[in-house]
Design a protein around this ligand. Sequence first.
Ligand code: KG4
Ligand code: ZN
Length: 339
Amino acid sequence: MSKDIYILGIETSCDETSMSIVKNGYEEVATTILTQMDTHAEFGGVVPEIASRMHTENITIVLDDLLKKANMSVNDVDAIAVTYAPGLLGSLLVGVEFAKTLSFIYNKPLIATNHIAGHIYANMLVKKIEFPALALVISGGHTELVLMKDDYKFEVLGSTQDDAIGECFDKVARVIGLPYPGGPNVEKYALKGKHTYDLPIPMNNDSLDFSYSGLKSSIINLAHNEEQRNHEIRKYDLARSFQDVAVDELVRKTKLAIRKEKNNIKEVIVAGGVSANKYLRSEMQKLCDSENVELSIPPIRYCTDNAAMIACAAYPQYLKKDFSNLELDAKSEDNLFND
Ligand code: KG4
Ligand code: ZN
């Protein structure tokens, strides 16, 4: 029998300080997440300088808590994996320097893991990814339909021409006066509203690319015009109308991709922060049921930023001995899908 592999994952790319130990790339031993959301909410969004300072303050607390929960020591793990990109540079650096220190002190291999790969591999916590898989990657910086033929073998079928879907949720939240965090609040408001606003359908064609800037601008203009006329915006209805149009477009494009690749895909996986959206989850389930394809979406706690997904994504890297040295640097951007 082969030996079990334990990977310690570290995630500090935005406003969550998180660490996790995952066994064999799919079995979560323990995870700790310390969120800074309440602090940033006072400012209406993530303040990068505050985020990196708080990561520095919290990182050893998170490690202690994790090791206690897992009843393990750093000596017991086989590798240290850390998110090195993409994200807020100052925040990423805290995790990267900490990981390098642990790797040096405990003499463990260091793995540089991409945050978006983490969101995709979060699906391993539910079930093994079956290739070829069609991944819908929807986050603050990404809106992509990607064919995944094997571990880390990506072929982009379509991507956004302008704004990412999560960015659009956040912007719309701000324009209609909903507090930070934008996406979850738009979802909450949408639950109480009706689809009464007539909004343009983005990229109303058969291309697998996305475009959200037109939808975003139409909401900015609508809010502006209502303000000029001293009219109140119906926030619940506008949130609902936007969410319907934005999500329906994701579902429509996923359907097109499934049909184009029909004989080629074993399952659809959804990845990234926006996959926490319940309307999206139920519409994707309906789509996959009607197309007779399996759907895998991580439970909500694995959709938003966490280190368990980083430890999962690091496992195929561990198997390939894709290790980094102590010169590893954080990068605010690094496109996973380029090579
Ligand atoms: O993947 P993620 O945690 O961060 C990036 O790696 O970008 O995604 C964050 C994005 C934000 O834009 C946030 O508003 C959005 O995911 N988001 C949601 C929901 N929860 C988070 N969007 C819609 N509905 C949600 N429930
Ligand atoms: Zn993320």
